[in-house]
Design a protein around this ligand. Structure first.
Ligand SMILES: *Cc1c(COP(=O)(O)O)cnc(C)c1O
Length: 216
């Protein structure tokens, strides 16, 4: 049996030891609302989901019970789902192309739940992966913040599998140092590499399997 409360405590203990103040995002995709509730009862209140439809099925009811719950979108988004995403997610971490950024800017209003956006960087420059190329991130950041007036508060990345992740974490950190806004947040590190990510300066780690167990 997966002990969700115990798993959360052990990830949080690592955060306290390595980078106090970093936030844990519990990635609850493919796990049902009962498990999310267990995590909430254990004091975890930030969650990550990959898909609008799945999140819409689980979170509105949980929010009534736990008003401080925060939800991050960490999966790719089609532009026809932009309106739904802006109602559902507090933070959207996957601004990965110009067309999507424009759609957010167009549909965002004072009633939107979303207040913060992160740019997803294709840190390993992998053709099959979403995200802005590292060398184009500065220009894209300026486009989003200056032209579209989007509140970009961080960068996120998913390093190539089967490679040393720390190199890519360091690369993402370097990109933020070149951007004109200080204190941009870094979202990096998953179950297999979150300790390295914390060592490299992660502000948000996104942990699924190490909390909820294997996904079906
Ligand atoms: C699924 C997912 C995670 C969590 O992965 P685990 O290996 O289960 O911790 C983190 N980030 C993103 C973008 C994901 O899609």
């Amino acid at each position: 049996m997966t002990n969700i409360a115990e798993n959360i405590q052990s990830v949080k203990a690592k955060i306290t030891a390595i980078r106090p103040g970093a936030e844990l995002i519990a990635v609850s995709k493919n796990h049902d609302a009962t498990k999310v509730r267990e995590a909430l009862v254990a004091g975890q209140y930030i969650f990550g989901e990959n898909r609008v439809q799945e999140a819409a099925g689980k979170f509105p009811a949980l929010r009534e019970e736990f008003p401080n719950l925060k939800l991050h979108l960490i999966g790719p988004l089609q532009t026809n789902k932009v309106k739904d995403a802006l109602e559902l997610f507090d933070v959207i971490q996957t601004v990965d192309r110009e067309k999507l950024a424009r759609a957010f800017a167009k549909d965002l209003n004072e009633n939107s739940r979303t207040k913060e956006f992160f740019i997803q960087v294709n840190i390993g420059e992998e053709p099959q992966k979403a995200g802005i190329a590292p060398q184009q991130t500065e220009e894209f950041f300026k486009f989003c913040t200056q032209d579209l007036k989007l509140n970009i508060t961080g960068l996120m990345c998913i390093p190539p599998v089967d490679e040393q992740a720390f190199m890519y974490f360091a690369l993402l950190k370097n990109i933020t140092l070149k951007l004109p806004t200080p204190n941009l947040k870094l979202s990096m590190g998953m179950s297999s590499d979150y300790e390295e990510a914390l060592e490299m300066g992660a502000d948000y780690i996104r942990v699924g399997t190490a909390i909820f167990g294997e996904r079906s």
